[in-house]
Structure formats: structure tokens, C-alpha cells
Design a protein around this ligand. Sequence first.
Ligand SMILES: [Cu+2]
Length: 259
Amino acid sequence: MSAPHRSGLIAALFALPLMGLPALAHFQEIIPSADVLPEGGAVSVEMVFTHPVEGGPVMEMKKPAKLGVLAGGKATDLLGRITEKPVDGKSAWTLAYELKEPGAAIFYVEPQPYWEPSEGKYIVHYAKVTVDSYASGEGWDALVGLPVEIQPLTRPTGLWTGNVFTGVVLKGGKPAPFAEVEVEFINDGTVTPPNDAFVTQVIKADANGTFTYAMPRAGWWGFAALLEGDAPMISPEGKEVPVEEGALIWVKATDMVRK
Ligand SMILES: [Cu+2]
């Protein structure tokens, strides 16, 4: 067997076990105890790196690189205030915070890069979620200024089930045309997707970086715009590997309930 054939065979052998695995979509969750606090006050924010529709497996989340809240035009560092709270034996984090003023509080997290050997890349999911204090409806369109970020065109709080959510994928503050956006919801186990195609919904932004999705069910929905980082990183084996930069936003859909 000639060398090129042999290397092709070796590549195929290495690819086989990967092809057998379902393509699980990773999502950095940042989920508050409520999307709207009608009277302000206490909110807890849970951070887990997982596969939301499948309910796991949970992945190790090291102490984040950055964590903060943007409210009233001011960003506050919250990294020193989080507590480790493992989920399924994997490291995850929780934050308790008090919202004293009316207006949107946008919580954001920059996790440490996660090495995914099955995909041969690092993953960094910049994730954010908005809590509307005193149901003010104000301030929700402020940008955190993350390297990749979804700019909501729909107010991300107080949404009904069935509403569409529209956002713009930004990279370096500029729209990212035709960016791929993966969509999942946090499944409490009551929904069984008929097959793998239903687990992650996939949409693409248009030429202006804008995407839209109608949420068919109550609960927390995550939108993950996936972009390739400009600079490679070095894998644990010392190889240059790509970095998946995700821009995530979480929004809650609430059912209309008859009085
Ligand atoms: Cu994973």
C-alpha cells in the first residue's frame, strides 16, 4: 500500500468513531430565576455548559474568564461573587444578585476555552441573558460589547410562546452575514425529539446578519451564533486548532394562560 493510501485509511479509521456519535450541540447556559422581576429584588443566575434539549451530558465549566452585569449603562464585574454549584458531578456556577433599580440587567459570561477533542477545536461561548427589573421595558437593547454578540431586535423579556425572536449576529461589533445560528430549549424531559434532526434547530442569518425564529413552546430558548475565531489556539497535544466563538442569548417564552 502506498503512503497516500495508508494515510487515507488511517484518516478514515480515526473518523469512524466520530461519525458514530450524534452531533450534540454544546450550549453555554446562563439562566436567571426569572426573566422579569415585577418588583425588582433577588435573582439567582445559574451557569452550566451542557446540551439543553438532551438534558446533558453536562460538560466541565471552569471558573469563567469574565462575568458581569450591564445595567443603566454601567458594567459591574461579578466574578468574585459566584459560587461553584456542580451539576451531574461537573463544575458549574451560580450567582445571587439583587436588582435595586428598574431597567434591564444584562448578565454575561465569558467561559474559559473548552477543548473538544471529538471536534478538534476549542469552544468559547459568550453568553448573556436579560432580567427586566420592575418590568420596566427599558434598556434591553444595550450591547455588552462582547467579541461576538447577538443584538436583540425583539425585546428579550416578557415574550409569549409562539413569538418570533429576531436578532443580529455581531462580530467585532459588525453584522456577520449568513452566520449559522443553532437553537435549542432547556428540555425538562417532557419532550422527546422524534430523531436527531429535531434536537438542534438550525437557521442562518441573512446578508445583514439578521435572523428570526418562532418559539413553539414555553421555556428558556438559547440562540447560539457560531463563528470561527480569528486566531487559532494550541491544543493539549500542541497543535494549532480552530476556536469556535459562540454568541449566545437566552430568552424565555411564557404561555398565555386563560384567566
Ligand atoms: Cu458537549
